[in-house]
Ligand binder design. Structure first.
Ligand code: AMP
Length: 208
């Protein structure tokens, strides 16, 4: 099954993806994680992407599209994947459709995790991420419960950047809800509830 996760930053896309990967073995393709790894490694892509990420802006389409195209070719992605954080605008969505069409491996669902902006701001301010494995936790996690790695607050989870990221989401990414509705693959879940309830609904919506 090939799934796109939609939703504002902090809606819970990463958490739902982690659960689906653990239970069903889909490949997890998070452009945010891939870009953060590129920044950490100091690669040319990482150097180009860093200033956009720190400012809460989208990284230029072509850089992200190249990254995703390459990742989609990997063996594990042929058995089903979850795209988390991609596409982020209409250009990326159209490019994705044509790429997957050419591969004969189209999307099955676009899952919108819907959460109110007020809740998002609280969640992102409290969010902590594992430097080693990318696990998403909160300020109560001193070390990563997954791998014991160091938990840190992403630069773009600082209050001054959060508001801007939400504006970018509203103006550039939210229109994809209509795009996927038009393709008759949109599913919606209320993400403003405990993780277990959200995940149970996700599985039911995806018939998993
Ligand atoms: P995320 O972890 O998905 O919140 O992404 C963190 C940051 O990486 C975003 O604020 C963007 O700067 C960049 N990014 C991630 N995915 C994309 C994408 N599909 N297009 C452009 N920039 C992206």
């Amino acid at each position: 099954m090939n799934i796109v996760l939609l939703g504002a930053p902090g809606a819970g896309k990463g958490t739902v993806a982690q659960e689906l990967v653990a239970d069903f073995g889909f490949a997890h393709i998070s452009t945010g994680d891939l870009l953060r790894a590129a920044v950490k490694s100091g690669s040319e892509l990482g150097v180009k992407a860093k200033s956009y990420m720190d400012a809460g802006e989208l990284v230029p389409d072509q850089l992200v599209i190249d990254l995703v195209k390459e990742r989609l070719q990997a063996d594990d992605a042929q058995k089903g994947f979850i795209l988390d954080g991609f596409p982020r605008n209409t250009v990326q969505a159209v490019t994705l459709d044509s790429e997957l069409g050419a591969m004969g491996n189209p999307l099955d669902a676009a899952l919108l995790i819907d959460v109110e902006p007020k809740v998002i701001i609280e969640r992102l301010s409290n969010r902590r991420t594992c430097r080693a494995c990318g696990f998403t936790g909160n300020a109560s996690h001193e070390v990563c419960p997954n791998c014991g790695g160091e938990m840190y607050q992403r630069d773009d989870d600082k209050p001054e950047t959060i508001r801007h990221r939400l504006d970018v989401y509203e103006s550039q990414t939210a229109p994809l809800v209509e795009y996927y509705k038009g393709h008759s693959i949109l599913k919606e879940v209320n993400g403003d509830r405990p993780v277990d309830e959200v995940y149970a609904d996700v599985k039911a919506l995806l018939a998993l």
